[in-house]
Design a protein around this ligand. Structure first.
Ligand SMILES: NC(=O)C1=CN([C@@H]2O[C@H](COP(=O)(O)OP(=O)(O)OC[C@H]3O[C@@H](n4cnc5c(N)ncnc54)[C@H](O)[C@@H]3O)[C@@H](O)[C@H]2O)C=CC1
Ligand SMILES: O=C(O)[C@@H]1CCC=N1
Length: 266
């Protein structure tokens, strides 16, 4: 029998996970439960046959794997709410919540559940997430299930929990950072003559191709840059101007600022 999955908090990330789980075929709508206070915002999932409800206890009681996709400040209240139905020999708790540590979750569940911390990004909706995981007291079956689940939804690496905040910045916030880079390309593209629609396709596909070059060639970005920059050409002229204006520096400072925000407990 297929394991049942409950997603508590069908917001941006929770809904993206649900979409990815369905489109990958990892689960079927009948085995998926998604909660949200205002369920009318989950009509799309409901139409696909997913169990959409506002009752977190009911969803948790129906599931084997419970994915917590709520805001950090809600974790304590919601675990308290579902506690009465949690069973140590049945449930695995998977938290995608930023800045909440395994030790916090162990304490909130009185140590009775296997716990997974996972940090995916919103590309999980199209099975292209980068997900970092770390696991606590899981059985081999549970570890395999969770690894298979996230592997179906993109790439997965298991990391030391002390790197989870860093994984949040690079892997999860990283989606937004990449979007701004692409948006700037679109704005520049319009200045030099394209309409916004065509500029958007060119910018997004170019960034996707650049990322795939690195993933498939296992090269360093500078090796790929060397193949593009014709001596005295337009690429190096543009690239150096971007660096004079602080491109790399501003990205590094953005990353370290995001990191500080998490470490200082948001
Ligand atoms: N959005 C992202 O790209 C990522 C988010 N995260 C983490 O995932 C968590 C969720 O983030 P988002 O989806 O962006 O936030 P969100 O605000 O879009 O989603 C949270 C959802 O929980 C629902 N909710 C609130 N109280 C509830 C309750 N009592 N019962 C059931 N549902 C309830 C809200 O209605 C909302 O839909 C956060 O902890 C965030 O740090 C982690 C990685 C990436
Ligand atoms: O901005 C945030 O706090 C969350 C964590 C990673 C993505 N969104």
């Amino acid at each position: 029998m297929m394991s049942k999955i409950a997603i508590i908090g069908g917001g941006n990330l929770g809904s993206a996970i649900a979409e990815g789980l369905l489109s990958s075929g990892f689960t079927t709508p009948d085995n998926l439960y998604v909660t949200r206070r205002n369920t009318s915002l989950l009509e799309g999932l409901k139409a696909k046959g997913v169990h959409v409800l506002s009752d977190n206890q009911k969803a948790s009681a129906s599931a084997d794997y419970i994915i917590l996709a709520i805001k950090p400040f809600q974790v304590s209240e919601i675990i308290h709410e579902i506690s009465p139905v949690l069973e140590g020999n049945r449930h695995t708790l998977i938290s995608v919540v930023t800045g909440v540590w395994i030790q916090d979750l162990v304490e909130l569940t009185a140590g009775k559940l296997p716990i997974v911390r996972a940090m995916p990004n919103t590309a999980i909706a199209i099975q292209e997430s980068m997900t970092c995981t770390c696991m606590h007291k899981v059985t081999e079956t549970q570890q395999k299930f969770v690894t298979d689940l996230f592997n179906q939804l993109g790439k997965t690496v298991e990391i030391d929990e002390k790197l989870m905040d860093a994984a949040t910045v690079l892997g999860a916030c990283g989606t937004a950072f990449a979007m701004r880079y692409i948006r700037a390309n679109i704005q520049g593209g319009v200045e030099i003559g394209f309409n916004a629609k065509v500029a958007a396709v060119i910018a997004a596909q170019t960034v996707k191709g650049a990322a795939d070059l690195l993933l498939q060639h296992h090269t360093h970005p500078e090796q790929e840059i060397d193949k593009v920059t014709t001596p005295k050409g337009c690429t190096i002229a543009g690239l150096n101007e971007m660096e004079h204006r602080g491109l790399s520096s501003s990205i590094i400072r953005g990353i370290t600022t995001s990191y500080k925000k998490i470490v200082e407990k948001m």
